[in-house]
Design a protein around this ligand. Structure first.
Ligand code: ARG
Ligand code: ZN
Length: 851
């Protein structure tokens, strides 16, 4: 069953008010829903309420029990004659048998909900679509001993005790909201509280709710929340609007977190942190996700989506907002590099594979499959491009207009673009193609010079994607600047070129020396740029460009060209070695930047550049370059490594930079084959006072052939086997190993007593990490493919959403040789043929076969 964007029609019935009463119990929860419904428009249709999996007990209309309701598919159909009625339904659900983790479910003895996108219908009958906005009042009753804390959206109203050991609480959310933002939590939780005074003087009580033992790990998240609230006031003029803002952390969660109005629910991995158990990367991710969910209060909740095709309206914009927040907390340049690396690792392959779809899709079978890097991260790049075209003032005028005009409504991507046009006084007609055309545009750029005059020739091509064979040229905002090859000085100011046609030429005059081209600076457009710049030009830019992203990019391009040539049998490492040496020696650079700049492109990114991916050849070429860099620059690596020695741990930009460079240096020392490398890594592992250094060492050890590897893994396991988030790292590190036996090790770990498919974090830490390990997953015998398919089929029975998310590595078959492609297709076919398959996994697997 395919849902199409063009088929959108407004809801036939509205629900201005919703009263819910939960009689909570893990085995059987009874839900009573009282909906005031009003007929929307002139039609005679009955009321249709979505449902899934619940047991209907009774239906009343205007206080009178009725019998003429029926179930059609999974919908409850109620004949109604008037323009407004009060409909009451009673159903039963079983939270403790809910393994999909959608709707109301049990996690670690507590009860919680996840409703986006279509989970609310698993709780009660309701028009479960984002354009039906309702004011909710919620009453919960539960056993006082097991569920002392009862939370829901909005503000608390009343609570009380009952005779039978049960108690109750009521909450009211004055803001009309769609059902996907509903949330409740009942559990034995404790709270870390703080308060925030908004710009207009409202006192907001903030709370992060966790199990008692986790309380000491919540300060970082709470601090991040306060920073995010202040940032949204200064940057976007957005203020919080309720008296309380609660966050609950749960261990079993299908994705990162959820922005339910006034009651965010989080995967505990994006809340809990202390130096002993969380890495710097975890700390950064926690702040980013806390900010992301908080920012949704305006971009998502106050203004929501008309239908799920508009998902990027809230997700792309909110990712753009959280990226801006993170950039302001530390190094803007490093943050941009990380975001682009993420985009290239997840979105580019999606955009060039069988699951490619536009930022505003035209159709879907299962909406859960569209919470993708394209909707989120490419969506954020679209906002970034509009911000670049409008300039800071125009962009702020555009967002002010958007928030003002659409507050309290369910809006569309088109509404956002219109606001940008009006606020920024620009015409974005052609820009809209970014919402409708899938595929990563490819730009070729070549600069030729004649005396003091240089001509930049640009050509663009948007590749065909499934369902979209022919594309029109897009608006590509390219930041461009020229540098003098001799002096290293800037020859021009930076220009924002709006490249809108298939071909274009730009002339630069008055150039006193030979110019070197710096293009797509700051990654101003999410495109692939091919240039004819020589290795010498790239090395020059990696040393002289004044845009740190462009410097990084020049180095990446140099490394990529070198690696691709090496896979093709032409090995010359000298240029890369000299450029890396130069970067290591540049005392003016931020250490975190250095660490990023000297890192080689990933195996899969190298593969993305090749017509046919040869995983073994890519691995060998990359390892050889790593070894040469390690040996030739051994003294420099040891020096960089020593810089961080003995520094007490502090989560500061400087501390993070030191640790990051230290781990990278350790990796190169190990790659050099130095005899003491494993001992050095083990010493770091053993003496580290923080998880960043411990994981840095373990990552190196886990790929080593030394016996110390096993010792370290065993120590790590015995130290942390009671901490699920850290144990995930133990599984993940082994699945990421570059050793020859990784496939066998991973298959063994799937049988480990601590492995389970019921917890999404654990499943992802092993199966997800393995699927992303290009060489280990793609062994020529197909054992990796078979393993993944077996796991996905098993996982699909428990949790279809998480299974579907892990499928994409199998869909890369077109990128490989015929032998591997055939083996991958066979596994995809086996999945598609599995009886009782979910529509989630079916959609992903069948599209992967066709695409
Ligand atoms: N809206 C949530 C967020 O971005 C994620 C919800 C994901 N839902 C899903 N069905 N995959 O923060
Ligand atoms: Zn989001």
């Amino acid at each position: 069953l395919v849902i199409r964007r063009e088929d959108y029609t407004p809801p036939e019935w509205l629900v201005p008010e919703t009263k819910l009463d939960f009689d909570l119990d893990p085995a059987t929860t009874r839900v009573t829903a009282i909906l005031s419904v009003t007929r929307n428009g002139d039609h005679a249709s009955p009321l249709r309420l979505d449902g899934a999996g619940q047991k209907p007990l009774s239906v009343t209309v205007d206080g009178v029990a009725i019998n003429d309701w029926r179930i059609d598919g999974e919908q409850l159909v109620i004949p109604l004659t008037g323009a407004a009625h009060v409909v009451e339904t009673q159903v039963e659900i079983a939270p403790d048998r809910n393994t999909q983790l959608m709707g109301l479910y049990a996690s670690g003895g507590n009860l919680c909900t996840q409703c986006e996108a279509e989970g609310f219908r698993r709780i009660t009958y309701f028009p479960d679509r984002p354009d039906v906005l309702s004011v909710y009042s919620v009453r919960m009753t539960a056993d006082q001993k097991h569920f002392p804390v009862l939370l829901a959206n909005g503000d608390p109203v009343e609570q009380g005790d009952l005779e039978d050991g049960r108690h109750w609480a009521t909450w009211h959310d004055p803001f009309p909201k769609p059902s996907y933002l509903f949330a409740l939590v009942a559990g034995d939780l404790t709270v870390n509280r703080s308060s925030f005074t908004t710009m207009s003087g409202r006192e907001v009580s903030l709370g992060i709710w966790v199990r008692e033992a986790d309380l000491p790990k919540t300060d970082h998240a709470l601090k991040a929340l306060e920073l995010a609230m202040a940032w949204d006031e200064t940057t976007y003029g957005r203020e919080y609007d309720l008296d309380v803002f609660n966050i609950v952390a749960v261990d079993d969660f299908n994705f990162g977190a959820m922005e339910n109005k006034g009651l965010n629910i989080f995967n505990s991995r994006y809340i809990l942190a202390d130096p002993d158990t969380a890495t710097d990367y975890d700390y950064d991710a926690i702040a980013a996700v806390v900010a992301h969910e908080y920012f949704h209060n305006w971009s998502g909740n106050r203004i929501t989506c008309r239908d799920w095709f508009q998902l990027s309206l809230k997700e792309g914009f909110t990712v753009y907002r959280d990226q801006g927040f993170s950039a302001d907390q530390g190094s803007r340049a490093v943050r941009r590099i990380e975001d682009v690396r993420g985009l290239r690792a997840s979105q580019f392959p999606e955009d060039s594979g069988p699951l490619a779809h536009p930022v505003r899709p035209e159709s879907y079978q299962e909406i859960s499959n569209f919470y993708t890097a394209t909707i989120y991260n490419k969506g954020a790049e679209l906002i970034r491009m509009m911000a670049a075209i409008l300039g800071p003032e125009g962009f702020r005028a555009g967002t002010d207009l958007y928030f003002d005009r659409y507050d309290g409504t369910a809006a569309t991507c088109e509404d956002f673009v219109t606001s940008m046009e009006e606020g920024g006084k620009v015409d974005l007609t052609q820009f809209r193609l970014w919402y409708s055309q899938a595929g990563t545009p490819r730009v070729s750029a070549s600069l030729s010079q004649d005396g003091d005059r240089a001509t930049l020739r640009l050509a663009q091509q948007v590749p065909a994607t499934p369902g979209q064979p022919v594309k029109s040229p897009m608006v590509l905002p390219l930041r461009v600047k020229l540098f003098g090859a001799e002096s290293g000085a800037a020859l021009t100011d930076e220009r924002l070129v709006l490249f809108e046609d298939t071909l274009d030429t730009i002339v630069f005059e008055g150039l006193a020396e030979r110019a070197v081209l710096s293009i797509n600076r700051g990654f101003s457009a999410p495109v692939v740029v091919e240039t004819d710049r020589t290795a010498a030009d790239l090395a020059f830019l990696s040393a002289h460009d004044d845009d740190p992203f462009a410097r990084y990019e020049a180095m990446q391009q140099l490394m990529l060209d070198t690696l691709v040539a090496s896979v093709e049998g032409r090995t010359d490492h000298e240029g890369v070695i000299a450029a890396v040496a130069n970067t290591l020696a540049d005392a003016a650079l931020d250490l975190a930047f250095v660490a990023e700049a000297v890192l080689l492109p990933s195996e899969s990114f190298i593969g993305d550049q090749m017509a046919v991916v040869d995983p073994e050849a890519i691995f060998r070429a990359r390892e050889t370059l790593r070894r040469d860099l390690g040996t030739r620059l051994e003294a420099q690596w040891r020096q960089a490594y020593a810089r961080g020695e003995g520094q007490p741990y502090a989560y500061t930009p400087e501390g993070k930079g030191l640790r990051r460079l230290r781990s990278v240096a350790l990796g190169y020392i190990a790659a050099s084959g130095a005899a003491d490398a494993a001992d050095l890594a083990f010493a770091q592992f053993d003496s580290a006072d923080n998880m960043t250094d411990r994981m840095g060492a373990l990552t190196t050890l886990v790929s080593s052939t030394s016996d110390i590897r096993t010792t370290a893994l065993d120590i790590f396991y015995s130290q942390y086997c009671d901490n699920p988030l850290v144990l995930d790292k133990w599984f993940q590190a082994q699945a990421q190993s570059s050793r020859d036996d990784t496939g066998a090790v991973v298959a063994g770990l799937a049988e480990h007593a601590d492995f389970t498919l019921t917890n999404p974090n654990r499943a992802r830490s092993l199966i997800g990490a393995f699927g992303a390990n290009q060489r280990a997953f793609n062994t020529a015998d197909g054992s990796g493919y078979r393993f993944l398919a077996d796991q996905l089929i098993a996982l699909d029975r428990l949790n279809p959403q998480t299974a579907a998310k892990l499928l994409p590595p199998l869909g890369r078959w077109r990128r490989f040789d015929a032998g591997r492609a055939e083996l991958m297709r066979a596994e995809l076919e086996r999945i598609v043929r599995t009886p009782g398959l979910s529509k989630d996994l079916f959609e992903q697997a069948s599209k992967s076969l066709e695409g």
